[in-house]
Design a protein around this ligand. Sequence first.
Ligand code: F6R
Length: 240
Amino acid sequence: MRIIAVDNIEDMGEAAADLIIEKIISKPDCVLGLATGSTPLSLYIRLIRAYEQKTVSYKEVKSFNLDEYRGLEQDNPNSYHYYMKENLFKYIDILPENTYLPSGTMDADEAIRTYKELLKDHQIDIQVLGIGTNGHIGFNEPGVSFESSVHLVELDEQTIEDNSRYFESLDDVPKQAITMGIADIMAAKSIILMAGTENKKNALRCVLEGPVTDECPASILRKHKGLTIVALKNVLNEIS
Ligand code: F6R
């Protein structure tokens, strides 16, 4: 595992963006695995800037998002479809038909089958990950099987509470989501795990020190040969 220690959130985004831009320049039709949430926002700002400065074009890039809430329409501001459009896709030249997310509104079995089929035909070159305070990656909550592929998840109470900051009330947070599984994430050629806040310390510790246990799903990342962790120096210092 490679660790990049950074001073602040902006540098975290820049370090992750450098790796992705380098990949797109060497392989213009690469496949990116993308995440939502607050963590990758500084990365997306950099990716947009790189496009504006003509350093890179996303015309041939394909993207697969980790997850989507059940029950939210694509134009719901809390859906991950909406997030991706508003925070990245509408500012760059990626083709809408090359951007994939699980459906939040299709029949769940159908949505799972469709996303699995798509993933089967595409190997992800770089998977971007945030990490939940409970150690989730994607929406793979504690107790998930490391063999899992795309599946329907009952969100953990901790996750619902953590994500309630985006909703009017706790009751408004969807209780289910469709997520890529751990096996899908581990199949990526390389992974960038970003951690930019103090409350991720315990989750990050389980990636850095183990043990590998489904109680902390992210701990499996220790076994991935192409893992890069980009994290704040002060968080890393508190762990070691
Ligand atoms: C988002 C995702 C989640 C988040 C995690 C951290 O697509 O899959 O695993 O990465 O919940 O969220 P933030 O970055 O908001 O702290």
